[in-house]
Ligand binder design. Structure first.
Ligand SMILES: CC(C)(COP(=O)(O)OP(=O)(O)OC[C@H]1O[C@@H](n2cnc3c(N)ncnc32)[C@H](O)[C@@H]1OP(=O)(O)O)[C@@H](O)C(=O)NCCC(=O)NCCS
Length: 147
């Protein structure tokens, strides 16, 4: 069973969001640009346990900025944050992400690697994929519905 968490939207300028992303070596250069939504994940007892983000790419979405604070890792909270975040996505459209370090994690929760040639132009044009993430980043796509 997934852990009970609540997501609260936060601005890209949120200092604690920026600190958490920096500490996890995730991109922060574009987090104040338009077209992104970021979420703080809070546990049932009110602790901040991580963050996530969504970026609209025409009809598709880039899932980004997924981080579980170090002391909370390994308890299923990463999966819970991803599932809760994707509930903010409307029907239709595919979910993509780019990662340099968490391919196994995302594979275990229903994402598969896709070749860049099969990634929509609007996703490839995001700053994450076009300039911030190295060209060696793995691009993944959600391949099953929400649990
Ligand atoms: C990746 C990250 C979000 C995972 O969070 P987490 O709460 O520790 O993960 P969970 O406990 O929900 O793990 C879910 C599954 O993934 C597996 N998993 C978690 N981290 C993993 C990793 N780094 N490598 C391989 N598998 C991993 C778990 O074993 C678990 O599998 P299981 O259900 O079969 O046991 C967390 O380690 C993190 O914040 N890392 C730094 C930031 C980052 O790399 N973000 C991704 C790029 S956007």
């Amino acid at each position: 069973m997934l852990s009970a968490i609540a997501l609260h939207e936060v601005a890209g300028s949120d200092a604690r969001l920026r600190d958490a992303l920096r500490a996890a070596d995730l991109p922060t250069d574009d987090i104040e640009d338009d077209g992104r939504a970021f979420f703080e994940a809070v546990s049932g007892d009110g602790q901040t346990i991580g963050y996530s983000g969504l970026e609209r790419c025409d009809g598709d979405y880039l899932l980004r900025s997924v981080v579980v604070l170090p002391t909370h890792r390994g308890h299923g909270l990463g999966q819970a944050i991803v599932e809760a975040t994707l509930r903010n996505v409307g029907s239709g459209g595919d979910i993509f992400l780019a990662t340099t370090s968490a391919t196994s994690f995302f594979s275990s929760i229903g994402f598969s690697e896709v070749p860049r040639a099969e990634v929509p132009a609007a996703v490839l044009a995001t700053r994450q994929l076009s300039s911030i993430c190295p060209s060696s980043a793995t691009i993944m796509k959600r391949n099953r519905p929400l649990t």
